[in-house]
Design a protein around this ligand. Structure first.
Ligand code: RP5
Length: 155
């Protein structure tokens, strides 16, 4: 993520990965404040064994696109909800990549971070039947909890 201030959003990705038993690392790497670190992180990600990168940033959110420019690993971008523009700036700057450098853009904020964790697990699950089963169980539990609580007045 681009800043420690992104963690309250990005921890939702971490929680999902933990729920699904997917090992991960967390790190602040800023496109603007630590550009050399960003290049090094992205260039060495593959050889360090990473399989998917979730990049969360807010405002002028260049992080996901710049990471994607330096690695062929799949990059999932999470637009963090900015104070000034509620994350619309983050969303547009992550989503509007030029053709030829791909970033998979999720929703603004906590839901986007949660789904980035889920989508990363689903990508990894294509080569891991046990993980795919845990994802199926997560989804079945989620479905059942909605079916078990149909009355909106109940807690
Ligand atoms: C971005 O600037 C970060 O991703 C963060 O969302 C935003 C603000 O960063 P701080 O000023 O809170 O460190 O690079």
């Amino acid at each position: 993520m681009g800043s420690k201030s992104d963690w309250p959003t990005m921890e939702h990705a971490a929680t999902m990965l933990e729920t699904l038993g997917v090992p991960y690392e967390t790190k602040v790497v800023s496109a603007h404040r630590t550009p050399d670190l960003l290049f090094d992180y992205a260039k060495t990600a593959n050889e360090r064994g990473l399989k998917v990168i979730i990049a969360g940033a807010g405002g002028a959110a260049h992080l996901p696109g710049m990471v994607a420019s330096q690695t062929s690993l799949p990059v999932l971008g999470v637009p963090v909800q900015s104070k000034a523009l509620n994350g619309l700036d983050s969303l547009l700057s992550i989503a509007q990549m030029p053709g030829g450098v791909a970033v998979g853009t999720l929703a603004i904020g906590n839901s986007g971070a949660k789904n980035a964790g889920l989508l990363a697990a689903q990508i990894l699950g294509t080569a891991d039947a046990n993980l795919q089963q845990r994802i199926d169980e997560f989804r079945a539990t989620q479905t059942q909890s909605v079916l078990d609580n149909p009355d909106p007045r109940d807690q």
